[in-house]
Design a protein around this ligand. Structure first.
Ligand SMILES: [Zn+2]
Length: 240
């Protein structure tokens, strides 16, 4: 049984297929991640080609099949023009799309994931610092991997007043009492920023004011957690 469906989705990736076709991997608002076969769109006169760029939100009409679903029509909904202007901004968008392309199960709708991916692209397009958005993306990925960090109190006790360090191995804050030999201690400002990154929803990014000089330390920390807890190795990271 095949069925014609209309749904909005964000294009995660495209791949040439046979002579004139394209395989389009889309994260749909209501159908989750799914590949569509777009016939003939690599021919010069294709009407759909301009609506099939990675990182773009389009409305798709497709025939839902057990195997590969077939694209009938794609119309652009939103193109994030700013993303193309900086390599690092693009890499942050690509890392987000790469994560969901590689980790999201096919055809399992997840409205929260869909909203998050769209929001990442919107924030980047609005010109928010790409590293700040990147930190929120890593925090989201860690939670999605079941490894959200403990940033309300020490991982070893309930102390929230004397936090001194952050332990990658133990998954969060460590108080003065539980500091171990080689642990680095951090300033209150770094600890506070780190907590906000891991607590706040991306929609509250304006509440997370980070000093530019703190970015390198926070980047190293967040990437250490990503390496430790995310099983998917994300190639786009090397451009950030
Ligand atoms: Zn403690």
């Amino acid at each position: 049984m095949s069925q014609t469906i209309t749904d909005e989705g964000l294009i995660l990736r495209t791949q040439p297929y046979q002579e004139n076709d394209l395989l389009v991997s889309v994260y749909f608002a209501h159908y989750g991640k799914m590949n569509l076969l777009a016939r003939g769109v690599r021919k010069p006169k294709s009407k759909n080609a301009s609506s099939l760029l990675p990182g773009m939100i389009s409305e798709f009409v497709f025939i839902l099949k057990e195997g590969l679903s077939r694209l009938m029509k794609a119309s652009p909904v939103r193109l994030f023009r700013y993303l193309d202007s900086h390599l690092e901004v693009m890499a942050c968008a690509q890392l987000t799309m790469e994560y969901f392309y590689r980790s999201a199960p096919d055809r399992q709708p997840n409205a929260k994931h869909y909203a998050f991916i769209c929001q990442v692209l919107e924030r980047l397009d609005e010109g928010y610092p790409y590293l700040l958005v990147y930190f929120f993306v890593i925090a989201y990925i860690l939670k999605d991997c079941g490894s959200g960090l403990m940033v309300d109190h020490c991982v070893f006790c309930q102390d929230s007043r004397h936090i001194a360090s952050i332990s990658v191995r133990d998954g969060g804050f460590v108080c003065q009492e539980h500091l171990q030999g080689t642990m680095i201690t951090y300033s209150r400002r770094i600890l506070r920023s780190f907590r906000l990154i891991n607590k706040l929803d991306l929609s509250r990014i304006d509440d997370c004011q980070i000093e530019v000089e703190d970015y390198p330390v926070l980047k190293r920390l967040m990437e250490d957690f990503l390496d430790e807890y995310c099983p998917v190795r994300l190639g786009s990271r090397k451009f950030i």
